[in-house]
Design a protein around this ligand. Structure first.
Ligand SMILES: Cc1cc2nc3c(=O)[nH]c(=O)nc-3n(C[C@H](O)[C@H](O)[C@H](O)COP(=O)(O)OP(=O)(O)OC[C@H]3O[C@@H](n4cnc5c(N)ncnc54)[C@H](O)[C@@H]3O)c2cc1C
Length: 471
C-alpha cells in the first residue's frame, strides 16, 4: 500500500514547529500536516533529575530538550516582547532581518495573543516603575554597561508545561498528525528539490514519507545534525556567532531590585582587554540551575524558575559572543570546551566559587558545603573551570562581573558560584530567503536550530511567519 503524502512534514515539535502547525490549521485547514518529533508527548516528559537530584543522561534523548514543545517545556517560559520605540531587535534572534522590523513586531503581538489564549499570564514584567529602571540604567552606564529593558511575560516552568500541552491537544483535534519518539534521519532530495524525509521510530523500522514541503524546526539540540545534513546535501550555510559562557548563581538579596523591577535585567558590556561582547541572559529570580544533555552526551548548564517552588538564589547566564569567521565549524570550538569540561567532572558540569577562581585554586566539595551561596544544582562537581574555559572568555566573564558589582553590590562576592559550561549551539546559520526557504527548493527552516532565533517568542513567531509565507 502506498504511504500517505502530506502537504507539509514538520521536523521538530518545539515552539517553532508547533506555532507553524497552529497557524496552518487555523488559516489553511485544508493542508495536511505531519509533525515528527523524536521526543515524547509533553505530558509524558519528565526529567528524572527532579527526583534523583542528578542528571541520568536519559536515553535515547534528554527529556529537557526533546519532546513536544522542545526546549520550551521545561524552560522558564520568559516570553520576550519588544519596545515600540526600538528600531531593531536586541534579543530573541534575527527574524526581523527576513520579515522586517515592523512586521516582526506585529508577528510578536499576534504570537503573544495566541500564548494568552492558551493560558499565559496577563502580567507583564519590566513595564512598571520607569523612573527606578532609568536610575539602574544610569548606574549601569557609569559602570560601562548597557541595560536593555523589554517587557517580559513570565510563564514559569511548571505553567509552560501545561500551556504547551493544550497546544498539543488543539493541534491533534484539528487534524495535525503526529509521530512521537521518531527521529528524522535524512531528507529525500531530487534535482535540488525536497520531496520527503527518511525517519526511524524508536524500536521500529526505518521508513520514508513524502511531502510537498519540509519544515526543519529542530532547535539547538538538532543543530549539529542539521550541520551534517547541510554538508551532505550542499545546503548553503554561513557560520554565525557562538556564545560561550557560564551560569552564575548568587543570593536573591543581591539581585532584589533588578528582579523586582525588571524580572530579567539584560546587561551588555565589552570588558577590556579583549572588548568581546559579554551579556547577561536568561535570569531566573528564586530559580534553580539545571543541566541539559546534547547529542554525543555533552552536558551543559541552564537555569529556570518555577511559578510555585522557589529557591533563595538568582541564576543567570554570562555569555561571551565570538565571531570565529575563519573557522568552518565554530560549533566544534564550543563542543570541545564542553567535552573537556565534562571530562574533568566525570561527565558532569563543574561548579566553582568566584573567590577560588580569583586566587587560582579549585573549589573542593567540603568548601562548597560551607559556602554561603548554597548551590541549587546539587549534581554539579566542585572543581576548576579554568582548566577548560579558554583564558580569553574567562577574563571577559571576570571583567564583566566586576563591572556588574557597581550596579548590584554583592554581584562580585567571592561566594558566588560559576557553573560551566553554558554554551548556545546556534552558530550554524542556514542561508534562507525572505520566505525562510533554504537553498533546496521546498525545504524551509525556522527556530533556533538554523541560527534564525534564540528564544521562545521569536522561535514561535518564526513558525507563524513561515505559515504565512510558504507557497
Ligand atoms: C532550561 C531552559 C530554559 C530556557 N528558558 C527560556 C526562557 O525563559 N525564555 C526564552 O525565550 N527561551 C528560553 N529557553 C530557550 C528556548 O527554550 C528555545 O529558544 C526554544 O525552545 C527554541 O524553539 P525551537 O522550536 O526552535 O527549538 P526546540 O524548542 O529546541 O525544539 C526542537 C525540537 O526538535 C526535535 N528534533 C530535533 N532533531 C530532530 C530530528 N532529527 N527528528 C525529529 N525531531 C527532532 C527536538 O526533539 C525538539 O523537541 C530555555 C531553554 C532551556 C533548555
Amino acid at each position: 500500500m502506498k504511504e500517505k503524502r502530506f502537504d507539509y512534514v514538520v521536523v521538530g515539535g518545539g515552539p517553532a514547529g508547533a506555532f507553524f502547525a497552529l497557524e496552518m490549521v487555523r488559516f489553511h485547514p485544508d493542508k495536511s500536516i505531519l509533525l515528527i518529533e523524536r521526543g515524547k508527548r509533553v505530558e509524558n516528559r519528565n526529567c528524572p533529575a527532579a527526583v534523583t537530584g542528578k542528571c541520568v543522561k536519559c536515553k535515547p534523548f534528554c527529556q529537557i530538550m526533546n519532546g513536544f514543545s522542545g526546549a520550551g517545556a521545561f524552560s522558564d517560559g520568559k516570553l520576550s516582547l519588544y519596545n515600540e520605540e526600538d528600531d531593531d531587535f536586541y534579543v530573541g534572534g534575527n527574524l526581523h532581518k527576513y520579515a522586517g522590523v515592523d512586521n516582526t513586531k506585529r508577528l510578536i503581538d499576534y504570537t503573544d495573543k495566541v500564548y494568552l489564549e492558551f493560558g499565559a499570564t496577563e502580567k507583564l514584567e519590566g513595564i512598571d516603575h520607569p523612573g527606578e529602571i532609568s536610575l539602574i540604567r544610569k548606574t549601569a552606564e557609569t559602570a560601562g554597561l548597557d541595560l536593555i529593558n523589554i517587557p517580559i511575560r513570565h510563564l514559569g516552568t511548571d505553567k509552560a508545561h501545561v500551556l504547551y500541552q493544550k497546544i498539543e491537544k488543539y493541534l491533534e483535534a484539528h487534524g495535525v498528525e503526529f509521530l512521537f519518539e521518531t527521529e528524522v534521519q535524512d531528507l529525500l532530495i531530487k534535482d535540488n528539490t525536497v520531496y520527503g524525509v527518511i525517519y526511524h521510530s524508536n524500536g521500529g523500522e526505518t521508513k520514508t514519507v513524502e511531502a510537498g514541503a519540509v519544515v526543519l524546526a529542530i532547535g539547538r539540540v538538532g543543530a549539529n545534525w542539521l550541520l551534517n545534513l547541510c554538508n551532505e546535501h550542499d545546503i548553503l550555510t554561513a557560520s554565525g556567532v557562538i556564545d560561550v559562557g557560564i551560569r552564575y548563581e548568587l543570593k536573591d538579596s543581591v539581585m532584589a531590585q533588578i528582579n523586582e523591577l525588571l524580572y530579567e535585567g539584560k546587561f551588555i558590556a565589552k570588558p577590556a582587554p579583549y572588548n568581546d561582547k559579554v551579556r547577561t541572559f536568561c535570569q531566573n529570580p528564586s530559580g534553580f540551575v539545571t543541566t541539559e544533555v546534547y547529542d554525543g552526551g555533552i552536558t551543559l548548564v541552564n537555569g529556570h524558575a518555577l511559578k510555585d517552588t522557589k529557591s533563595t538564589n538568582t541564576n543567570l547566564a554570562l555569555l561571551v559572543s565570538l565571531n570565529l569567521k575563519d573557522m568552518p565549524n565554530p560549533m566544534e570550538y564550543s563542543r570541545n570546551i564542553a567535552r573537556n569540561m565534562n571530562a574533568l567532572a566525570g561527565g558532569n558540569v563543574i561548579v566553582q566559587r568566584l573567590g577560588d577562581i580569583r586566587i587560582g585554586k579549585r573549589t573542593w566539595p567540603e568548601e562548597l558545603a560551607k559556602n554561603s551561596v548554597v548551590p541549587t544544582l546539587k549534581a554539579a562537581s566542585a572543581g576548576d573551570l579554568s582548566l577548560a574555559m579558554p583564558y580569553r572568555e574567562l577574563m571577559d566573564i571576570l571583567g564583566f562581573i566586576e563591572m556588574m558589582e557597581k550596579v548590584a553590590p554583592g554581584f562580585a562576592d567571592p561566594d558566588n558560584l560559576l557553573y560551566g559550561p553554558e554554551l548556545k549551539f546556534y552558530s550554524n546559520k542556514v542561508e534562507l530567503s525572505t520566505s525562510l526557504e533554504t537553498s533546496v527548493s521546498g525545504l524551509y527552516a525556522i527556530g533556533d536550530g538554523c541560527g534564525l532565533t534564540r528564544g521562545l517568542m521569536m522561535a514561535s513567531a518564526s513558525g507563524v511567519y513561515l505559515a504565512r509565507m510558504i507557497r
